[in-house]
Ligand binder design. Structure first.
Ligand SMILES: [Ca+2]
Length: 424
């Protein structure tokens, strides 16, 4: 059901540009948002709202339109029946914008200042919208987005956050809600919103009129951040998607972590689309996503540093002065050279190889699906000298079928790995 996504998008998204204001769907008492085809031009200080309620006979209905935005800063939706509408209690009493994180007595956050930017809920991979309690202050030119998708195992999840607005202004009656195509496990808008999370309800395919404010100096990678402290930051590898990423700031260099494992909590035996988009969380274990790694590593020259630790607390490292991966059409082919370090060079054997996952056998081995055989995802050959996305085993190992770095540990699985890149 995309309708809920669309509803939420109306709720949280706004648009501020040279246009007169947000264009919202505007209806009262429709039983399905798809029945609402009327558009309304809002004032500059308004956002779209929706309200879902039950009639006395129990029928679910929706109101949609323009409203002054109010966002309440704490979670817990509490709703009171008032007439036949379910209205938010507390701070949202007087507004149609019933934020899902509303709690009574909250001080509403105003979005009227174009200086400070909007406040958006910001989460990745939550299964219930009420689970997202984190707020993020967006840039002055950003809007909130919500993105609903299904994981490979079929679990519906949501991403929330800030993004650059991309609103398509040419309406086509038969495509008033835009069209969405499955791409990976995310649903992306078709046509003018192809590269955006912002699937606007007024989307129609006309690239000539789309709003695109990318390229405004937002950080593509950790190296672009002004902050000097190691931690989690938001970067924009492709200028559209806000990506929470762990940044390591050390020795006057700012490294973008593309892979991090240290406790085995995240399952790295994932399929192509998971590796394409990334998985895990920036505060824990994760794979950044091959599309993002491609975009960063090919934007300028990049180097790779890999830090490894075993279960005895011994550290080793492998640095490469040249690192990049191709795009998806190139199957994320690995280009690598210039090893230095003390871990041994267990990745150079994989250079020139394409990326393989259990569901995409791109390795040259005719006999094996190396990703399935080694239970990882890597630039396999016949099969590999390293397998840092392999099974997380408690120090033991079975050669390739573990977190494996052959030139250091032939038969012992590694405890921690960090793969990070920065500009040369
Ligand atoms: Ca094969």
């Amino acid at each position: 059901m995309n309708s809920f996504t669309l509803l939420l998008f109306i709720l949280v998204a706004g648009f501020r540009s040279t246009y007169s204001g947000t264009v919202c769907l505007s209806c009262s008492g429709v039983q399905s948002i798809n029945q609402c085809t009327h558009l309304e031009n809002c004032r500059n200080d308004e956002v779209c709202f929706f309200e879902k309620y039950n009639t006395e006979s129990g029928t679910e209905m929706y109101d949609l339109g323009c409203s002054i935005p109010k966002l309440c800063t704490k979670r817990k939706t509490r709703q009171l029946t008032e007439g036949h509408h379910l209205t938010c209690q507390g701070c949202c009493n007087n507004t149609n914008v019933c934020n899902l994180n509303t709690e009574c007595g909250d001080v509403p956050v105003s979005h009227n200042s174009s200086e400070s930017g909007r406040t958006c809920v910001s989460c990745t991979g939550v299964q219930n919208i009420n689970d997202c309690t984190h707020l993020e202050t967006c840039g002055s030119n950003e809007v909130c987005f919500i993105h609903k998708y299904a994981t490979e195992s079929g679990i519906e999840q949501y991403d929330f956050g800030c993004t650059l607005p991309e609103l398509c202004v040419n309406k086509r009656p038969d495509e008033i809600f835009g069209k969405r195509l499955a791409e990976g496990h995310h649903m992306l808008c078709k046509g003018c919103c192809n590269k955006s999370n912002v699937c606007n309800l007024n989307a129609a395919c006309d690239d000539a009129v789309k709003q695109n404010t990318s390229g405004n100096g937002r950080p593509r990678e950790c190296d672009d951040l002004n902050n000097a402290n190691t931690g989690v930051y938001t970067i924009y590898p492709d200028e559209y998607h806000a990506v929470k990423t762990y940044c390591i700031m050390a020795n006057n260099e700012k490294w973008t972590v593309i892979q991090k494992r240290f406790n085995g909590f995240v399952d790295f035996y994932q399929e192509w689309n998971a590796y394409k988009r990334g998985f895990g969380v920036a505060t824990g274990e994760y794979w950044m996503g091959n599309d993002y790694i491609h975009r960063i590593s090919t934007s300028t020259g990049h180097k790779l540093s890999i830090y490894l630790e075993d279960f005895d607390g011994t550290f080793k490292y492998a640095n490469y002065s040249v690192f990049l991966i191709g795009d998806e059409k190139e199957k994320y082919k690995l280009t690598l050279s210039g090893y230095t370090g003390d871990a041994g060079d267990s990745l150079i054997t994989q250079t020139g190889m394409t990326f393989s996952t259990k569901d995409r056998d791109n390795d040259p081995s005719a006999a094996l699906n190396c990703a399935a055989y080694t239970q990882g995802a890597w630039w396999y050959k016949n099969c590999t000298s390293s397998n840092l996305n392999g099974p997380y085993l408690a120090g033991v190992g079975t050669y390739e079928r573990s977190m494996f770095w052959k030139d250091w540990k032939v038969f012992n699985s590694i405890k921690k790995s960090t793969m990070m890149i920065t500009r040369t």
